[in-house]
Ligand binder design. Structure first.
Ligand SMILES: [Ca+2]
Ligand SMILES: [Ca+2]
Ligand SMILES: [Ca+2]
Length: 479
């Protein structure tokens, strides 16, 4: 059994139990609507095309321009059956830069007229030529026939950090005994190759199961040191925040939350149950999560942002330096926007969340005419105001798109040394330069290469210039 520091448990459990969590005040933050008129946006993620990709539970995929909120339909998946909590759920987008985009979708469908099942499919993104619409084509079924239900279908998807594996959470589909049954794929975290086959180094031979003993996990993201964080719905008590470990037994249905009841202790000792980092009783209904580590919203740096449906707020879980514990929490937007389903972060640290007021669970009067919405978190104390990025007119890139080189010009109010970085779409620095501002200007020619002088493939990049209290940024496309 993995243990949790008893003192930590008492502090966090007790303090959050009465709703007065440690940490920062939520009044610092406001939110602005980016796009509305959606229908139960379930997954939102920041795509390699610098758009927010959205699944809507009835079966649609749309993309949203984060600059102006324009909603661009991409696909309607006819096979989706959406009843209760089921429908089109998780999504991941894999950018191969010089290759096609792969789009992974998880959804429920009906077989034999009445059997609800879960399927994971990989599509190819086909850019529209000559004014045609972009499309998703060539569906390849990676996994199907997982028993579904109107409740507890999972299914959050997450690519591994090396883009070799796909992780998926499955719910117990209302059959709680399945969670401890290693012959069943319900109530599990699954790990597969990108063609759906079983990795040889999975913990159980010839099985997609990565971890088990889950009730219905709907949040999944990577931490700073490769931790696989997950949020999970509890029954009437014990919503959980976990670090998923290879082959780990997370207890459901025999154990809820910590191994702290006499009837749980025996099972925990015999089954090496992994305890959560944190629990919520009464339950909050946790859903999508994302690890946040940007200076754009400095008060949220190095935290996991967790959405909640029932509690209708975001909860920032501030992590210890090693990412292995939650040290304090900040609650944002309590009851201001209704049910909150998912979050995503742009490479430059803009934080977006999706409301879920049309999911059939909202209270009377809670679903407004323009629900559901994508909102952006705005921190008035932040140096960069999301409504009016200070990039316009101050940073120019020419030509953009570039083929071989690009001239980067910036007006800098302060003299001094600045750091110029070329980042990939995941925010990873590829090229870093220290540049002096002369006469209030920076001029630099980028040759399309990274720090190792390797010519970078075509794709979307981010140019960021920071220093002396300012920050400029802009998106650059390399052809
Ligand atoms: Ca997300
Ligand atoms: Ca558990
Ligand atoms: Ca317990």
């Amino acid at each position: 059994m993995q243990t949790v520091q008893p003192i930590f448990r008492a502090i966090v459990g007790a303090v959050c139990f009465v709703g007065t969590c440690l940490g920062l005040q939520s009044q610092e933050f406001t939110a602005r609507p980016l796009a509305g008129g959606l229908e139960v946006p379930w997954e939102i993620l920041y795509g390699p095309d610098a758009h927010i990709w959205v699944t809507e539970r009835p079966g649609r995929v749309v993309r949203i321009d984060p600059q102006n909120g324009e909603v661009k339909p991409l696909a309607a998946i006819d096979e989706v059956t959406s009843v209760g909590e089921s429908g089109l759920l998780g999504m991941q987008v894999l950018s191969g830069f010089s290759q096609d985009l792969s789009v992974f979708l998880a959804y429920t469908y009906v077989e034999n007229g009445f059997e609800l099942k879960l399927r994971i499919v990989r599509y190819t993104f086909a850019p529209g030529a000559d004014g045609e619409e972009d499309r998703l084509i060539d569906p390849l079924v990676l996994l199907e026939d997982i028993p579904g239900a109107q409740i507890h279908d999972g299914c959050r998807l997450l690519l591994s950090q090396d883009n070799l594996y796909l992780f998926a959470t499955t719910g117990d589909a209302g059959s709680s005994a399945m969670a401890q049954n290693l012959e069943s794929l319900n109530g599990k975290t699954l790990r597969m190759y990108l063609d759906g086959s079983v990795p040889e180094d999975n913990p159980f031979p010839n099985s997609l199961i990565w971890s088990y003993g889950h009730r219905n996990a709907q949040g999944l993201d990577w931490g700073p040191n490769g931790e696989l964080y997950s949020s999970e719905h509890g029954h009437t008590t014990d919503d959980e925040f976990n670090i998923l470990t290879r082959g780990g037994n997370f207890g459901w249905r025999d154990v809820q939350g910590f191994c702290d009841e006499p009837f749980e202790q025996n099972f925990c000792d015999q089954n090496d149950v992994v305890e959560p980092l944190m629990i919520w009783t009464p339950t909050v209904a946790p859903c999508g999560i994302t690890y946040y580590n940007s200076d754009h919203l400095p008060a949220l740096k190095h935290s996991v942002i967790m959405t909640t449906l029932k509690e209708r707020r975001l909860i920032a879980l501030h992590l210890s330096d090693d990412g292995k514990q939650v040290e304090s929490t900040t609650e944002l937007f309590a009851n201001e926007y209704g049910r909150i389903r998912d979050v995503c972060v742009s490479p430059d640290g803009r934080l977006f969340f999706a409301t879920s007021n049309r999911d059939g669970r909202a209270q009377a009067g809670e679903a407004h005419e323009d629900d559901d919405r994508i909102m952006e978190v705005v921190n008035p104390t932040s140096a960069v105001d999301s409504k009016e990025p200070d990039t316009r007119g101050a940073l120019s890139l020419h030509p953009n798109p570039l083929v071989s080189e690009c001239f980067i010009h910036a007006d800098t109010p302060q003299p001094g040394i600045y750091t110029l970085q070329i980042l990939d779409v995941l925010g990873r620095p590829l090229r870093t330069e220290k540049i002096e501002s002369r006469g209030g200007e920076i001029n630099w020619r980028w040759d399309g290469r990274d720090d190792r002088a390797v010519n970078l493939p075509r794709g979307t990049y981010l140019v960021v210039i920071g220093g002396n209290g300012g920050r400029l940024q802009s998106t650059l496309v390399k052809h």
